[in-house]
Design a protein around this ligand. Structure first.
Ligand code: SF4
Length: 213
């Protein structure tokens, strides 16, 4: 990466991490996937029950493979052949997991997380239940504030996810959000993580590379 662009991203990530810490959200900046995996392994303990939120970032960064291969008790929502009822059971069990790993639709420069969910299981687990939450986010997820986070999610994240899931929503045809009333709508639960009472519960790992959307 160009050293001047690198300088700008370094400053952006450092400022975001500092502001997350002010909200009692642990924050770390890593430069690449090796550092990311090391940071996650430093939080997880062998035998931990681990669950994950739906996330392209976790696939692209190899985190799904990491929790499958290592010595963790992975509640695998992606296991082949899961029925809808079995998937629901995994989601409910996830609330009692030792560690929940997810990404975030946006991380604000002033230290908050912003997420929109279709089913609500992910934002529910981020808010309460799992003893620890690890949030993995590429630098592309950073927005200056909550207004920009909302715009980012409605203009990019939700249409892209709806397309990925092959849903019958207007945005999968137009690429633009029309605030639909479709049965398949995925913009249902809007959640802001502003502050944590327990400063050791939520750990945000910001990667100085772009992942997911
Ligand atoms: S509200 Fe509907 S049209 Fe807008 S992004 Fe969400 S699913 Fe797509």
């Amino acid at each position: 990466m160009d050293k001047n662009l690198r300088f700008v991203y370094d400053k952006l990530l450092a400022e975001t991490a500092e502001n997350l810490k002010k909200n009692k959200i642990s924050a770390t900046v890593v430069n690449d996937l090796d550092e990311l995996h090391a940071a996650i392994k430093a939080i997880l303990k062998p035998g931990d029950q681990v669950a994950v939120g739906g996330s392209m970032t976790l696939f692209e960064t190899g985190v799904i493979d990491l929790v499958r291969e290592e010595s963790y008790d992975f509640l695998d929502r992606y296991a082949p052949g899961l029925t809808p009822e079995a998937t629901r059971e995994v989601f409910v069990k996830s609330f009692n997991a030792d560690v929940y790993i997810t990404s975030s639709n946006a991380v604000t420069r002033d230290g908050m997380l912003f997420n929109i969910d279709g089913t609500g299981n992910r934002v529910a687990a981020m808010a309460y239940g799992p003893r620890k939450v690890i949030v993995v986010a590429g630098r592309n997820k950073i927005a200056n504030n909550l207004d920009e986070a909302m715009t980012r999610v409605k203009e990019i994240v939700s249409p892209a996810n709806a397309k990925r899931l092959n849903l019958k929503t207007p945005c999968t045809t137009t690429g633009v959000c029309s605030n639909c009333t479709s049965r398949d709508r995925i913009c249902n639960d809007y959640h802001i993580t502003k502050y944590q009472r327990d400063p050791d519960r939520m750990h945000v790992i910001l990667i100085n590379e772009a992942y997911g959307y």
